[in-house]
Design a protein around this ligand. Structure first.
Ligand SMILES: *Cc1c(COP(=O)(O)O)cnc(C)c1O
Length: 366
C-alpha cells in the first residue's frame, strides 16, 4: 500500500529523512546518545526562546497525555487547588487526571465552540482565593480553537498562581512567548508541530518552580522532578529505557525545522495551508465551525454539509484517494476535522480539494 497523507493533528506525515533517522539501534546509556538528548533539550529551550538558566526542558517517555499527567501529578501538592479551564476534550482530560490523584480542582467549563477568555478566568479566581495552580489548553485540538493564553496567563501569574499550559498541538508551529507571558510549565510532544514520530512528550519548566516540587510526585515513572534531576546530574540520561529511535528521529525533525527557516516560517506555512483549506472547503459547501478570529492554523472543524452526510463513506473515499482525515469530537454539532500540519504543502491541499470535488461530482452523477 502507498503511504497516505495524514491530515490529522499528529501522528502526522513525517519526512523521509525523519523516518530514515530511525534506522540505527542506539544504546540508551551511551554517551553519544546522551548528547543527542542534551542537544534536543537545548533546541527546545531555543525554540521556546527562554533563558536556559531560568528554564529547563524535560522529556518524558510516552505520548502527550503522559507529559500532561506528569506535570499534574508532580507539581500540584495535596494542599493545592487546581483551576482547569475546559473548552474541549483535552481540558476535560486534565480534570480526569486530577480526579485519579485526588487533587482538589475547580472546573471552568466553557462552551466547546467558544474560546476561554480572561474575564471568565478572573471571575473564578476572584471567588476562590484557595486556587494555587491553573491549567489551560492553547490549541484545543478537539475543535481547532486557539485559546488566547497571552491575555490570560500574565494576569494569572500576577496572582502568584502556578501556570500550566498544554501546548501540545501548537508548540513549534505557533510562536509562544513562554517567559514573557509567565508560563511555568508548558507541555508538548514529538509528533505534532515539530513533526517527529510519536514516542515521548516534553515539559518546558521554570526551574525555580520545578525545583520546589521535589517529593510532590504521586508516581514513580511520571515524577517530573526526578526525571529532571537525573538528566541534570547524569548529563542527559533518561531514568528508564527511552524511545531511542524516536529520540533520534526527533533530533532530525528539529534540524528540519531549522532548515525550513525556523518557527516563524513554519507558522506561515501552517497559516497558509489552513487558509487555503478553509477557503477551498467553503467553496465546496462546507462551513467552518469556529469563528475565524479564534481558528488555529493547525486543525479545522467542518460542519456536516447535509443531514444525511455519511462521514464514514466520505472518509473511505478520501482514504482511497490517499488522504486520511479525522472524525469530529464534539457532541453539539456533527463535524469532521482536517489537520494541515506535518509534511503538508500547498500542492497537497490543492490535491485534497480536488479529490473532494471529485467525490461530490460522482455523487451528483448518481
Ligand atoms: C494530542 C494532544 C494531547 C495528547 O494526546 P496523546 O494522544 O496522548 O498524544 C494533549 N493535548 C492536546 C491539546 C493535544 O492536541
Amino acid at each position: 500500500m502507498d503511504n497516505y497523507l495524514l491530515l490529522t493533528p499528529g501522528p502526522l506525515t513525517t519526512s523521509e529523512t525523519v523516518k530514515k533517522a530511525m534506522e540505527f539501534d542506539y544504546c540508551t546509556w551511551d554517551n553519544d546518545y546522551k548528547e543527542i538528548t542534551q542537544s534536543i533539550r537545548q533546541s527546545l529551550l531555543a525554540l521556546a526562546d527562554v533563558n536556559p538558566s531560568k528554564y529547563t526542558a524535560v522529556p518524558i517517555q510516552g505520548s502527550g497525555t503522559y507529559g500532561v499527567e506528569s506535570v499534574i501529578s508532580s507539581v500540584v501538592p495535596d494542599s493545592g487547588t487546581l483551576l482547569i479551564a475546559m473548552n474541549g476534550a483535552y481540558g476535560k482530560r486534565i480534570g480526569q487526571m486530577a480526579d485519579v490523584y485526588g487533587i482538589k480542582h475547580i472546573d471552568l467549563a466553557i462552551d466547546e465552540q467558544k474560546p476561554v477568555l480572561l474575564e471568565d478566568v478572573k471571575s473564578v479566581v476572584e471567588m476562590h482565593p484557595e486556587i494555587t495552580h491553573f491549567a489551560m489548553i492553547h490549541c484545543e485540538t478537539t475543535t481547532g480553537i486557539l485559546n488566547p493564553i497571552e491575555d490570560i496567563i500574565p494576569w494569572v501569574k500576577e496572582q502568584k498562581i502556578v501556570t500550566i499550559v498544554d501546548a501540545m498541538s501548537s508548540f513549534g508551529g505557533i510562536p509562544i512567548d513562554v517567559s514573557g507571558i509567565g508560563i511555568d510549565f508548558l507541555i508538548s510532544s514529538t509528533n505534532k508541530c515539530i513533526q517527529g514520530v510519536p514516542g515521548f512528550s516534553f515539559v518546558i519548566a521554570r526551574r525555580s518552580v520545578l525545583e520546589a516540587t521535589k517529593g510532590t510526585s504521586r508516581t514513580l515513572s511520571l515524577d517530573l522532578y526526578d526525571q529532571y534531576h537525573e538528566m541534570e546530574v547524569n548529563n542527559g540520561k533518561w531514568r528508564f529505557t527511552s524511545p531511542t529511535h524516536v529520540v533520534h528521529a526527533f533530533a532530525q525533525a528539529l534540524e528540519e525545522l531549522k532548515l525550513e527557516g525556523g518557527l516563524q516560517r513554519r507558522y506561515k506555512r501552517f497559516q497558509s495551508n489552513q487558509k487555503q483549506l478553509a477557503d477551498g472547503m467553503e467553496r465546496l459547501g462546507f462551513e467552518v465551525l469556529i469563528d475565524e478570529k479564534w481558528q488555529s492554523p493547525i486543525i479545522t472543524s467542518f460542519i456536516y454539509p447535509t443531514d444525511d452526510f455519511d462521514f464514514h463513506e466520505f472518509y473511505q473515499e478520501l482514504k482511497e484517494s490517499g488522504f486520511v482525515i479525522y472524525p469530529g469530537k464534539i457532541s453539539q454539532v456533527p463535524t469532521f476535522r482536517i489537520g494541515n500540519i506535518g509534511e503538508v504543502y500547498r500542492d497537497d491541499i490543492a490535491r485534497l480539494l480536488k479529490a473532494i470535488q471529485e467525490i461530490q461530482d460522482r455523487e451528483k452523477a448518481m
